[in-house]
Structure formats: C-alpha cells, structure tokens
Ligand binder design. Structure first.
Ligand code: ADP
Length: 445
C-alpha cells in the first residue's frame, strides 16, 4: 500500500526531527549495526551453499582451461596432482574413471559427497582427442552454517552492546556540550549577557562556544552603549527644551519686555537640538550602512579652505583665528560632503575645547601619495587615559555636560566612520593643558 508506506516515511521523518542528537545517534548506530547483521546473515547462512557452488564451478572452469592449455605438456601430471591436492578437483580420462574419487570421501563424511561433474573432449597436437571428466567435490556446508549461526548470534549481541556503549560515549562527547551551549544561548536570548559558554570535546564545538561568548560580550557592550545613549540624548534634549520653554513662557507673560538676547537663546538652543538630531541620524545611517558614498575627484585643499573661511567668519567675534597652511593643492577621490563633515567636526571641536588660546591652525602635508590634514589647537588637551575612548560613540571626557560646551559625544565617532568608509587613516596627539592635534590622511587621486 503506497499510501501507508509514505505515511510511515513522513511519520519516521517527523519522529527523527523530534529526537535529540543523543537518541538520533543511537538510532543511526543501531540501524547501521542491523544492516551489517542482515548482510552477514544473508551471506553467511542463506546464500552460503549457492555461493560455494558458484565458486567451485568457477574453479572447475579454470581447471578445465588449465588442462586444455597444458594437454601436451610434460607438466600435465604435476598440474593434475596440484588440482587434486589443493583444489579437490579430480580429473580422469572418461573410460578409466569410477566416480566418486576415493580418497576424499569415506574418512571425512559418511555420506557420499556431492560433486560437480563436467566432461570435456580435448584436442591434442597430434590430432588425437582425449575425453576427460572433471569432478569438483562439494563439501557439505550444514555443519559450517550452524557454527556460523552460533557465531552470528554472539556477534549480534556484541554489536548491540557496542552500539549502546558507543552511543553513550558519543552522546557524552557531542551532545552534552551542545546541550550546555544551547542552554547558554537561550539565556542570552532572554537578555542575560553574563553567560560563559565552555565548549569542549571538538574544535567545532569550541569555536561555537567562543563565537557565543564573543556575541554575548558584544551584545553587552551594545546594551551598555544603548543605555548611555538614552541617558545622554534625554539629557541633551531636555536641557535646551527646558530653556526654550522658559524663555518662550517669559515672552508670553511679558511680551513688552522681549529682548534680542532672549530670542537669541531660543535660536541657539534650537540650533543645538537640530545638530544633535542631525548627529544621531548620521551615526545611525553610518552604522546601518545606509549612507552611500558619492565619490568624485575634487580639490581637497580648496574645499577645506572654503570651510575654514566660512567658519572663521562665524567665530571671529569670539576672538578665534583660523588659518590654513598648504603648500600646494591636493586632489582626492572621495565624497566631498562627508569629508567636509568630518573636517568640520574636528574644526568645531578645536574651537569648543580652546577656551583661552584661540588660535587654530590647519596644516596640509603631502607625502608618499597621501595627503594629511592636521587640525591643531592650543586648548585644554585630552588626558592620556581618555585618548583611547574619544572615538567611541557618546563618549565625552567631561561627563557633567557643561553648558558652555556643546557636544553630543558623536562628533569623533562620525569622523571615524567616514574615514573608515574611505579607507583613510586618522589619529590624535594631545597633551593635557597644551592642546591637541587631530589628523586624518587620504590617498591622493
Ligand atoms: P563632543 O560632541 O562631546 O565634542 P566628540 O566625539 O566630538 O564629542 O568628542 C569626544 C570627546 O573628545 C569630547 O567630549 C572631548 O572631551 C574630547 N575632544 C574632542 N576634540 C577635542 C579637542 N580638540 N581638544 C580637547 N578635547 C577634545
């Protein structure tokens, strides 16, 4: 019934899907043993007699060919003797034979042994022919079969035992560590990032557990950053919003007393909010890889000169002087808007973190096919212990969010992402109290 057999197959597959690795291994081992046993039983008991007869027939055919080839040879008698001794094949000229051959039967078996007989007329070189009869003794295999059956019972028992022992060992070595890793992975899925997978036994299991440990560590970092981001952003949003609200409230209650300073504050704070939202959007676009580079070959020096001049106008009244030192024009193949954004972030930082000495220099240096842009300030500098972290998202050296310093903690992480996308290099040299030099370099076009 094809219907019921296909249902059985489906049921079997469904059952296999539900089995744990341990039981599945056990089932496979058992199946393999059963197959081996069936093959052994088939060949060693059921087909033994037939196979033996088949082999004897082949041996006899080979003997006939051998005798045919050597009928005129002097070695014929030696060949015949050899056939009788080693193959138990007797050859006789038809008229002189009286079957069955004497020496093989009586002592071994009381019953007359079965033989395969074939008569062949062989042509000699002198033109005469001789008729020869070949007898191959078929030794009864019944006794052998029962011995083999006995052995097979034993072998089946031993194989079953081995299958169980092997399944247990393999289950211990493979499925146990996988079960443990699975447990840890489930914990990880519930948000517990403190898990420690200890995979052992096989290289793949060890690698899997190392990967899970790395994933857990990375997830925990992301989680910490997410919390920090929420805290930073809510703080950075709340402060300007509160200021805007209080100034707007004042203007609402005393419309006659509106001063330019009040409206300026509202404008400044709105600007601050806009730049914060812009930075957050940029970071998320850079991180998700949705920000595409529109590369063109352009004059980097000219582009930076424009940015510096525009910024210089804005900060001139605060006493800042910005200057560019560039011996020649450098052309690069890059996304001009992004590189300008990165440079602008460095320039704005130099301005923000230089409250006293307000001279900012931008130096361009060309060497070995690369152009390096360095933004140098003589401001507060950065403590060596903070230097490795300033490129991280939301990292601010001053955790107290001084109002005098605008900052989202995203500026340098945007610089880093943009330069990474361009395959550029970047870095900083800074001495606390003396100033910092932020630099980046790009390949010349
Ligand atoms: P922020 O928006 O806070 O400036 P950034 O990612 O641009 O964030 O910079 C991270 C931190 O690196 C800043 O909080 C600041 O402490 C430090 N930093 C960046 N540039 C300078 C600089 N030119 N001089 C001193 N400190 C700097």
């Amino acid at each position: 019934m094809p219907g019921s057999s296909s249902r059985c197959a489906v049921w079997g597959i469904a059952l296999m899907d539900k089995l744990t690795l341990k039981w599945r291994l056990f089932a496979f081992l058992l199946g393999f043993c059963a197959l081996l046993m069936v093959i052994l039983w088939l060949f060693q008991t059921v087909l033994l007699t037939d196979m033996y007869k088949f082999i004897r027939t082949r041996e006899m055919e080979q003997a006939i060919t051998l005798v045919e080839e050597n009928i005129d040879s002097e070695t014929l008698s030696a060949i015949l003797y050899d056939l009788e001794q080693n193959k138990e094949i007797m050859v006789a000229q038809t008229h002189e034979f009286s079957p069955p051959p004497k020496q093989v039967d009586a002592n071994r078996n009381r019953r007359q042994p079965e033989t395969i007989t074939q008569t062949k007329t062989i042509q000699k070189q002198d033109g005469t022919s001789v008729s020869m009869t070949f007898y191959a003794i078929i030794t009864p295999v019944n006794a052998t079969v029962s011995t083999l059956q006995m052995q097979l019972y034993l072998i089946t028992g031993i194989m079953l035992l081995c299958a169980v022992v092997l399944a247990v060992i393999i289950a211990r070595r493979i499925s146990k560590p996988i079960e443990q890793i699975n447990k840890s992975a489930k914990l990880l899925a519930t948000g517990n990032y403190d898990i420690q997978c200890r995979g052992h036994g096989f290289l793949e299991i060890k690698e899997l557990s190392d990967t899970l440990n790395t994933a857990a560590a990375e997830l925990s970092k992301v989680e910490a950053l997410r919390r920090e981001l929420m805290a930073n952003i809510s703080h950075d949003l709340r402060t300007p919003l509160a200021l805007i609200y209080s100034y707007a409230e004042m203007m609402h209650d005393f419309p006659a007393e509106i001063t330019p300073a009040q409206t300026q504050t509202i404008m400044d704070e709105t600007q601050r909010l806009t730049s914060l939202v812009g930075d957050v959007l940029d970071v998320s676009r850079l991180e998700t890889g949705t920000m595409e580079l529109r590369k063109t070959t352009y004059n980097l020096t000219e582009s930076l000169r424009g940015s510096i001049e525009r910024t210089a106008v804005l900060v001139k009244n605060d006493g800042y002087t910005l200057c560019l030192e560039a011996a020649e024009d450098a052309y690069v193949h890059a996304d001009e808007i992004k590189i300008t954004q990165a440079f602008y972030n460095l320039l704005i930082n130099a301005i923000h973190y230089s409250p006293t000495d307000r001279d900012i220099q931008v130096r361009q240096h060309i060497a070995d096919g690369f152009v390096t842009i360095a933004v140098m300030d003589h401001g507060e500098g950065i403590a060596p212990e903070n230097l490795p972290y300033i490129w991280d998202r939301y990292y601010k050296v001053d955790k107290k969010h001084r109002r005098s310093v605008t900052g989202t903690g995203l500026g340098l992480s945007i610089v880093k992402k943009i330069l990474d996308l361009h395959g550029g290099r970047y870095g900083v040299d800074s001495t606390q109290g003396k100033g910092s030099t932020f630099w980046f370099s790009l390949k010349l076009a």
